[in-house]
Design a protein around this ligand. Structure first.
Ligand SMILES: *[C@@H]1O[C@H](CO)[C@@H](O)[C@H](O)[C@H]1NC(C)=O
Ligand SMILES: *[C@@H]1O[C@H](CO)[C@@H](O)[C@H](O)[C@H]1NC(C)=O
Ligand SMILES: *[C@@H]1O[C@H](CO)[C@@H](O)[C@H](O)[C@H]1NC(C)=O
Ligand SMILES: *[C@@H]1O[C@H](CO)[C@@H](O)[C@H](O)[C@H]1NC(C)=O
Ligand SMILES: *[C@@H]1O[C@H](CO)[C@@H](O)[C@H](O)[C@H]1NC(C)=O
Ligand SMILES: *[C@@H]1O[C@H](CO)[C@@H](O)[C@H](O)[C@H]1NC(C)=O
Length: 266
């Protein structure tokens, strides 16, 4: 009789364990399938970097915009994200750019000479992506989000302003900026470079600001452009300014020939 009871108890125990295991497995599977393509992209890009807890970074990222009107995400909403994945100063290697995105990344991808915002954890994770939230929802939307200029405090733009500010805050030593010689105003006061980054270069950290003016076939300006005088005048006194016209082909050559030393590219 006692024997019979304990055997039944044992059977129940096994059934219970099987049920628990099934629940755990289905929860894991459900959890995985629930992960959106956006979150997967975020995490897989993030995991290329060591020393960061990507789940923590994802959580800090989400709290900036989830359950909010996509036009009501101020720049400060990303402060906790920056705190969760702080930028590290990389003196003498930091590269800023304005209207030269493809050329500058074509170069930094091939050579380990300079680091742009898009080569850092947060910059590379979110480069080229669109995201926003929605009031009353905990989802991330990747379609139907406001465009860059549709509203001031939009989800994506506020991120890039906050990240650019944080990247410029740690700029140090010899700082380089690639500007575009195929446009009328290479140093445009409305650009993120002019309005967010340059004002954060402080002489106690930044020694030189070296502009590389990218000269293409359709060049219409160069280092003598009046906007460059404005740049020279707007930087903190104590930072040495220089500007050099460099052909696009020279930048590409330096990108593809590792035997050319970084400091002799231009
Ligand atoms: C954007 O957010 C800032 C706070 O960071 C606020 O002062 C400003 O009024 C907002 N602009 C608009 C158009 O809502
Ligand atoms: C400079 O700007 C022009 C016009 O927007 C663009 O066509 C060109 O690709 C840019 N140059 C570089 C080096 O990015
Ligand atoms: C994303 O936004 C579009 C357009 O506003 C909307 O139709 C769609 O339902 C939203 N998707 C989610 C998951 O919120
Ligand atoms: C700073 O960078 C410029 C241009 O890349 C280079 O000519 C110069 O030698 C560098 N100076 C120092 C102190 O590294
Ligand atoms: C354009 O580039 C060519 C070749 O470097 C140069 O001779 C010419 O003066 C440049 N034009 C302008 C407007 O900078
Ligand atoms: C720079 O541009 C000016 C006019 O914009 C032109 O006259 C001059 O030749 C250019 N200089 C170089 C070195 O390309």
């Amino acid at each position: 009789m006692e024997h019979e009871q304990s055997r039944r108890l044992g059977k129940r125990c096994v059934i219970l364990i099987v049920i628990v295991v099934l629940i755990v497995i289905s929860a894991v599977v459900f959890g995985l399938t629930l992960k959106s393509a956006f979150e997967s992209t975020f995490l897989s890009r993030c995991e290329k970097f060591d020393q960061y807890d990507c789940k923590k970074v994802w959580d800090a990222f989400q709290q900036a915009y989830v359950n909010k009107d996509p036009c009501k995400v101020p720049v400060e909403a990303y402060d906790p994200l920056i705190a969760a994945a702080p930028f590290k100063p990389q003196c003498n290697r930091m590269m800023f750019w304005s209207k030269t995105k493809d050329v500058v990344h074509g170069f930094t991808e091939k050579r380990d000479c300079f680091v742009t915002l898009e080569d850092t954890l947060l910059g590379s994770v979110l480069d080229g992506l669109t995201w926003c939230g929605k009031e009353g929802s905990k989802d991330t939307n990747t379609t139907g989000c406001p465009g860059w200029s549709d509203c001031e405090n939009n989800t994506v733009r506020s991120f890039w302003i906050r990240a650019s500010a944080a990247f410029a805050d740690v700029a140090c030593g010899n700082v380089t900026a690639m500007l575009n010689g195929s446009i009328n105003t290479p140093f445009n006061p409305t650009s993120i470079f002019a309005s967010v980054e340059v004002p954060r270069f402080i002489a106690s950290r930044v020694k030189n600001l070296n502009v590389v003016m990218v000269i293409q076939k359709n060049n219409i300006s160069n280092c003598t452009d009046p906007s460059l005088k404005n740049l020279r005048q707007s930087i903190d006194t104590g930072i040495t300014f220089s500007c050099k016209d460099v052909s696009e082909s020279r930048i590409q050559e330096c990108g593809s020939k590792p035997q050319i030393a970084c400091r002799t590219c231009w």
